[in-house]
Design a binder for this molecule. Sequence first.
Ligand code: SAM
Length: 210
Amino acid sequence: MRPIDIVGCGPGHVDYLAPVARHSVEQADVLVGAGHLLALFPEVGSQRIEVRGSMSVILDQLELLRKRNICLLVSGDSGLFSLAQLVVRRFGRKNCRVIPGVSSIQVAFSRLALSWNSALLISAHGRIPKETTACLAQYDRIALLAGDTVAIAWVADRLVELGEAYQVVSCENLTFENETIRPFYSADKLRQAVFPARTVLLLLRRDLLL
Ligand SMILES: C[S@@+](CC[C@H](N)C(=O)[O-])C[C@H]1O[C@@H](n2cnc3c(N)ncnc32)[C@H](O)[C@@H]1O
């Protein structure tokens, strides 16, 4: 049986899609993914299953379709805070072919011409991070997947505790026409701002950007 392809689709713009990802999609009998990811491939004629609610329902559907060539689309990189691991756990590593993609975090750092070798990566996507301020203070660069108000409030509180040595840079709608990069030096300004769901926040020591 052909393995399930789990394809990292990059941050959203079609230019950031790897040829190997497109090739996998073209071979698929069944394309599975969020609506905005399926929309990256309007010309591909395979059966489409849109991921909306419970992932366990989708996993059961995949089980029934196992004999067909399945391609699961995930956003950014498939190895970074991704649904990919749920699928790998259910079907086994040997039965999955994971294709990497460009992560939103990679793009965020590249927009500031900063490396991310030593960065702490945190997901606040649908969860409140557990990292303490003392833990954060050990890093000069921290990237957060942060698209909702709870995440923004959490970062604002940490910015107060970390003090003036740090700032936040928001990286919104990366790779899209409305991409926006904004610096924030105060927690109050951060709390007052409105962010789209597609937001990476970088918490950076200020001297990195001098
Ligand atoms: C479920 S996580 C998936 C992360 C993905 N695996 C990656 O490598 O980017 C979704 C989060 O990624 C971030 N994200 C995805 N696409 C983005 C974009 N184009 N611009 C900014 N942030 C983005 C947002 O923080 C969003 O809440």
